[in-house]
Write a protein that binds this ligand. Structure first.
Ligand SMILES: Nc1ncnc2c1ncn2[C@@H]1O[C@H](COP(=O)(O)OP(=O)(O)OP(=O)(O)O)[C@@H](O)[C@H]1O
Length: 317
């Protein structure tokens, strides 16, 4: 189990992570979500021993990072945000050998592991190509291979789909499904909520350093009766947006010279209320469409509010 007890990190006055308490069981693929600046990367860096918590402790399968850092780190593998996790001038094989060497694993010993990973990650044909010449998706796969070369039981993937095309996102999803096992934990941060809800069996949301949701993915099913609409209008003034926020369970964003209002309702005809409101203030409507209720709706509901302040949720979470 991965266990966080009161884990906190302050950078001067700014509290990036505030008393995080969380237990993650083996076999879990955890979606660790939050808006920009919520504290995700700081939490991952603390979990990898790269940033020291100001307060609190993290334990990986009973080993405490504050008491036995070296032993703790053996359980951890991580691919951090960005594309600097591997050496571009080296091939996938050379990168794996290099990272194995850093962990004190001999070339001979990892040969078998490398073959297995090249197979799983579909990298066999590219084994001797410089990583700088590979696609972004392949580079990301090599980075994961390197992070797993010492067979850690806990793997952190910070934004694994960033910059990947749809096909590569699919392939990443399949690979993560292949590498999870009942004695392993995979923790993923991502802004791609579809990827997360398709893949993860548990969802946590952190907002302004505070854990605000921790649920099994099945919790979404309890909202399957909800109906979500997207209403596209002329660009709305901030005052009007604030007023809509106050009166309706919505998420509002501007997109391509339009304002998109995403609203989740219990009954279809509740849509009339907001449409009447928009009509009364003479707002031009461009489009209305029904979409599936998604993790996105819960996520946006939790983090919405004026200036991104935590607002009371419309859902029973
Ligand atoms: N080294 C640092 N020094 C000062 N402040 C920092 C440092 N690292 C992070 N922060 C601040 O801590 C807060 C949390 O940042 P963090 O990078 O953990 O967020 P995040 O959830 O990963 O965001 P994003 O989705 O944008 O990557 C932010 O306000 C950030 O500016």
């Amino acid at each position: 189990m991965l266990k966080y007890t009161e884990v906190s990190k302050a950078f001067g006055e700014l509290v990036a992570v505030n008393k995080l308490n969380l237990n993650v069981e083996a076999g879990t693929i955890l979606g660790f979500l939050g808006p920009n600046g919520a504290g995700k990367t700081t939490t991952i860096k603390m979990s990898c021993g790269l940033v020291k918590p100001t307060y609190g402790d993290i334990e990986a399968f009973g080993i405490s990072i504050s008491k036995s850092r070296k032993k703790y780190i053996k359980n951890i593998g991580a691919v951090l945000e960005g594309n600097r996790n591997i050496y571009w001038r080296l091939t996938p094989i050379e990168n794996m050998e290099y990272f194995a060497g850093l962990r004190g694993i001999s070339r001979k010993k990892i040969r078998e592991k490398m073959d297995e990973y090249l197979e799983i990650f579909n990298l066999k044909e590219k084994r001797n190509v410089e990583c700088g010449k590979l696609s972004r998706g392949m580079q990301q796969k090599v980075a994961i291979c390197c992070a797993m070369i010492h067979e850690p039981r806990i793997l952190f993937l910070d934004e694994p789909t960033l910059g990947l095309d749809v096909e590569s996102v699919d392939s990443m999803e399949n690979i993560i499904k292949k590498i999870i096992s009942k004695d392993r934990i995979i923790i993923i941060t991502s802004h791609d909520l579809k990827f997360v809800s398709d893949l993860c069996n548990r969802i946590t949301i952190i907002h302004k350093g505070v854990l605000v949701l921790d649920k099994d993915i099945s919790f979404l099913e309890s909202y399957s009766d909800n109906i979500t609409y997207i209403i596209e209008t002329q660009v709305l003034q901030q005052e009007i947006k604030n007023d809509i926020h106050k009166n309706f369970p919505v998420y509002i964003e501007d997109n391509n010279n339009k304002t998109q209002i995403r609203i989740t309702l219990k009954e279809d005809n509740e849509i009339l209320e907001i449409l009447n409101y928009l009509k009364e203030i003479s707002i031009k409507l461009f489009n209305i469409r029904k979409v599936n209720f998604e993790l996105k709706d819960v996520f946006m509901d939790i983090i919405k509010g004026d200036n991104g302040e935590y607002a009371r949720s419309n859902f029973d979470i």
